[in-house]
Design a protein around this ligand. Sequence first.
Ligand SMILES: Cc1ncc(C[n+]2csc(CCOP(=O)(O)OP(=O)(O)O)c2C)c(N)n1
Length: 378
Amino acid sequence: MMQVEQVVPIRTPEAAFEGDVFTVLDTEGKANAKTDPKLEADLVVKMYRAMIRTRLIDERLIKLQRQGRIGFHIGSLGEEACIIASAAAMRDEDWIWPCYREFGALLWRGLSLQTYMNNMYGNADDPAKGRQMPDHYTAKHLRFGSVSSPIGTQMTQVVGLGRAAQLKGKDEVVSVYFGEGATSSNDFHTGMNFAGVMKAPVIFLCRNNGWAISVPSDKQTASRTFADKAIAYGMPGVRCDGNDPLATYKVVRDAVERASRGDGPTLVELLTYRMGGHSTSDDPRAYRAEDEVEGWRRMDPILRTRLYLERLGAWDAAKQDTLEAEVKAELEASIKQAEATPAPELPTLFEGVFEDKPWHLEEQEAELLAGPRAPDPH
Ligand SMILES: Cc1ncc(C[n+]2csc(CCOP(=O)(O)OP(=O)(O)O)c2C)c(N)n1
């Protein structure tokens, strides 16, 4: 009988990267000549700038939540390369479908920081009009899907989207993010199976960040790797260094080209590490050792990318200082405006679903508006 040797454990980067992982940059930021996709320096600088912006936004939002100014944040500390580089590898005509950690990809696609911040505050200018939790963004006009909080549900939605493009003869590819925990969901099986059978133009991006809240990746599966799961669905499964933007860009771009040719879906396992808590509602010290996090610090995607760019002569300390100052100023301005914007008007609760408001909603709205109001606690 075949022996399955798990390489899933992610306690240290060494264990995580055992075996067949596509990587370009080492921890000193040196590119491997054999795997280097030789991306334009300008593109790597653009990705690096977006990674820094994402991290600074994350750090600020965590503080805002701790100060009680926003209710919740779910971020991407340590996962910036796999999110930004995979978004960068998609073409403008393609769709990006998030899990819930991918605000960096949404900003990459062109959403303004102000609109994102309005969503974090659920104010009157929030596109979701405060009806959703913070970090539950949506931007159809940018070909960016809505956040799915129930684990895995986005994986069937994207196959429908990809299949529709296929039936209409449109050259559009869909990428979808999810964590390794989501590979245990029914929707992972359903989505992967349909995509495989129909050769749907979908790229399944599994961010293997080591943890599904408090469940470590080695308790999530008995498979050798998460990429191996692709075998059962008749599609390629690739393991990629998700803390390396060059490797991630190359692997995702190859998958886009494959899907665009009509050759079907790809599962990409992006090896990364969740440096922070699951969300601001979590304290990871309750279930994981701090030295595990320390071990991953030298794999920090921002550090590796910066070292690479410095070697190329495309980045230096002065550029870093300017960028950080710019992002911080932009952040403070967007927070100020979001806090000065009032809450959505009550009647908006009843808008946006039906073109003609049904009688029962008319009645409920009238009752709500006539009812007593608690004073504004702020
Ligand atoms: C169907 C469902 N079950 C449970 C939850 C609670 N939950 C929220 S996030 C999460 C862990 C998901 O981990 P993973 O898929 O690895 O993604 P990550 O958060 O690590 O990015 C769980 C269990 C949920 N949102 N939906």
